[in-house]
Ligand binder design. Structure first.
Ligand code: GLP
Length: 238
């Protein structure tokens, strides 16, 4: 795992955007898996700004949404689909049919998950990830199998609670659909993003603790090309 620690949040965002622009330049058809949550928002805003200015393009790329919460209405702003659309997709030149996502309303969720695996096909070129306070990646909670694929999962209590930040009501989701550790760990390149003091402890455990599926993010230490981007606060215990 390569650790990139930035003093300030602004340089952390700049670092992520600089790397991302470089990857798009070298592979305009980048196949990406992208997260929601609060962590990537500033980087998304900056990438959208650069795209509007014609400094980069997503026109040949494809984007797969990392995970989705079940039990929320389709228009709920807390749905990952709505979050990513509002923060990135609506502001970039990605062709409509190149934005892929999981439909939690599907009548046969097993088929939905299998279909998503088929749509993903081979390895991702680039996976961006946030980290949960319990070390989860996407909705791959502690204990998830390394070989787990796209599937329905039950949210851990701490993950349910942290959803509150995305919602305007208190009906917290109990389950979701997620891309599995198998697809995440198979990616050609993975970036783990963390900012703010609340993430300092889990980042320390991710980097210094045991490598185990009890802390899914620690598995990234065995990945051949993984970058951890932390700002000064999230990286304060490293
Ligand atoms: C959430 C999401 C993940 C996200 C992570 C961190 O549960 N399912 O996709 O990366 O937890 O969220 P945040 O960036 O808001 O701290």
């Amino acid at each position: 795992m390569n650790i990139l620690k930035f003093d300030q949040e602004s340089t952390w965002v700049e670092g992520i955007v600089t790397f991302w622009r470089d990857r798009l330049l070298h592979n305009p058809a980048l196949k990406m898996c992208l997260p929601t949550g609060l962590t990537p928002n500033q980087a998304y805003a900056e990438m959208a700004r650069c795209c509007k200015k014609g400094q980069l393009s997503f026109s040949k790329t494809s984007i797969y949404l990392l995970d989705e919460y079940g039990g929320l209405s389709a228009t709920d702003p807390g749905k990952s689909f709505n979050m990513l659309k509002e923060r990135l997709i609506n502001h970039i030149d990605l062709p409509k049919d190149k934005f892929h996502f999981l439909n939690t309303e599907a009548t046969k969720l097993d088929e939905e998950c299998k279909g998503y695996e088929t749509a993903i096909g081979g390895r991702f070129d680039l996976v961006l990830l946030g980290i949960g306070l319990n070390g989860h990646l996407g909705l791959n909670e502690p204990g998830s199998e390394i070989e787990s694929g796209v599937r329905k999962v039950r949210l851990a209590p701490s993950s349910r609670e942290s959803c509150q930040r995305y919602l305007k009501h208190n009906q917290l989701p109990e389950w979701g659909l997620t891309i599995g550790l198998k697809q995440l760990l198979a990616a050609k390149e993975v970036w783990l993003l963390a900012n703010g003091g609340k993430k300092a402890e889990i980042i320390e455990r991710t980097v210094r603790g045991e490598i185990s599926n009890q802390l899914p993010a620690s598995l990234l230490r065995n990945h051949p090309k993984c970058f951890l981007f932390v700002d000064g606060e999230a990286g304060s215990r490293l």
